[in-house]
Ligand binder design. Structure first.
Ligand SMILES: *[C@@H]1O[C@H](CO)[C@@H](O)[C@H](O)[C@H]1NC(C)=O
Length: 436
């Protein structure tokens, strides 16, 4: 009677021991990540490290360069990488580069920063104001480059422990020039594998991050139209073909595409932003030019808008006995696709953000109709894009992106560097385990 009961008891003990063992395993891994992320953030906030981050960012801020002219920016990135002995491929898409840290083999993970500034005159008076008239880092790409360089340093210090390879993608031409598309043309997509990107965000307080699974940013494109009429004396309209009226009615008609032809529950935008016609009050001009932007949460929606914009303008021009030519964006690239976050990678980055900053510091945000050429990466591989907060009213860093009064809270720099690093390291850990 006693013996089987003892056996039973032993089995029970063994079963519960092994169960608690695997539980300890999972918690151990979590606490290892928690310890590592604290180390990364402490290192990045260390006085010397933070001082270096600010120095790099301020230098970039003082010398902004426009899309595909990022020569000095690229040079600065390369000399910082040289100084810590990190290798890179250069040039990729003219001024871009891809640095690699780790084993050189799979799994791979990529981190991305954009490099270009905007044609805006900075209106903020401070010690490190842009020294180039009419150009400004008003979209925080100076901070994006700096955070990725910070990550390079953090990762390079741990390069022997990395369970794969981390690519640092420094990308030119984000502001309407599809730099990401051009980088992808010149890269081995398999060796990028999956990608994470950050954007500073003035709507979120410093110390917080936000994103969402699935579509985060709109697909976007631009159009311009020239309506050709026959000019003449304003007092004899019957002897002309008035392109001004054709343009005015085209612009009104364009507003019906979203209000009458789009499911009210779908997000789409058609906005006309410029119109240029004649020069004086008594002459009907030969031509009128106008254009703007159109956006959609889906690629199908974007292509639909593109087709209807062309049809509506051509038909309205014909009604007024004019002709028209409608063009979309530039060259071979007709649009930026929507930025879609991969659910798995989004969940991974969110969890790392929660470990790094605290659970209450990671928010799920709504989709916005702004656009990003990070979307080209999201078409080719699992991708996750996160907003990183910079709002601090004391510093006035709540001004919108692309404003001449844009201000960055530099406290974001160590946060972004550490977040990049922990997302990448833990991705390699997860995927190396699965490969065994
Ligand atoms: C905002 O900036 C001020 C000045 O640097 C600082 O004292 C304060 O702690 C910051 N607030 C937050 C919430 O980070």
């Amino acid at each position: 009677m006693l013996k089987p009961r003892l056996l039973c008891y032993l089995v029970l003990v063994l079963v519960s021991l092994s169960a608690s063992n695997s539980r300890v395993g999972a918690t151990e891994l979590e606490s290892e990540i928690a310890i590592l992320s604290k180390q990364l953030l402490d290192s990045a906030r260390n006085e010397n490290f933070f001082g270096w981050l600010k120095k790099v960012r301020r230098r970039l801020h003082e010398y902004p360069e426009l899309s595909f002219q990022e020569y000095e920016t690229s040079q600065l990135i390369r000399s910082e990488l040289d100084s810590i002995g990190v290798h890179y491929n250069w040039p990729v898409a003219k001024t871009g580069l891809i640095a690699s840290i780790g084993s050189g083999g799979p799994p791979f993970f990529s981190l991305r920063a954009d490099m270009d500034a905007l044609p805006i005159q900075e209106l903020v008076e401070w010690e490190h104001k842009s020294k180039v008239s009419g150009k400004m880092h008003a979209c925080g790409h100076d901070a994006h480059v700096t955070m990725l360089l910070g990550a390079a340093k953090l990762l390079n210090d741990r390069r022997t422990e990395l369970k794969g390879t981390i690519n640092l993608v420094f990308q030119p031409g984000e502001e309407g020039h599809a730099g990401a598309y051009h980088m992808l043309q010149e890269s081995n997509v398999d060796k990028l594998q999956a990608i994470f990107g950050l954007h500073v965000w003035p709507d979120l307080p410093t110390g917080t991050i936000g994103s969402k699974p699935g579509p985060l940013l709109a697909g976007s494109s631009r159009f311009s139209a020239v309506i050709q009429g026959i000019g003449g004396h304003a007092a004899a309209p019957h002897e002309t073909r008035d392109p001004t009226l054709a343009a005015a009615l085209s612009i009104l008609a364009l507003q019906q595409i979203v209000s009458r032809e789009t499911d009210p529950l779908e997000a789409r935008v058609v906005t006309v932003t410029f119109m240029e016609g004649g020069k004086t009050g008594n002459v009907i001009p030969e031509t009128v030019r106008f254009g703007g932007t159109y956006r959609s949460a889906t690629l199908e929606g974007l292509l639909f808008l593109q087709q209807r914009i062309k049809e509506v303008i051509e038909a309205q021009a014909a009604v007024h006995r004019c002709t028209s030519v409608v063009e979309f964006m530039m060259g071979s690239i007709k649009y930026y696709p929507p930025t879609i976050n991969d659910e798995g990678l989004y969940g991974h980055a969110k969890r790392m953000g929660e470990i790094l900053l605290g659970e209450s510091k990671v928010q799920e945000v709504s989709m916005t109709m702004a656009a990003e050429d990070f979307s080209f990466f999201s078409q080719k591989m699992p991708a996750a894009f996160f907003f990183v907060g910079i709002k601090n009213e004391t510093l006035n860093s709540d001004k919108p992106l692309h404003s001449p009064e844009f201000v960055l809270d530099e406290d974001v720099l160590p946060i972004g560097a550490a977040l990049h690093a922990i997302v990448a390291i833990s991705y390699l850990d997860d995927h190396a385990v699965k490969a065994l």
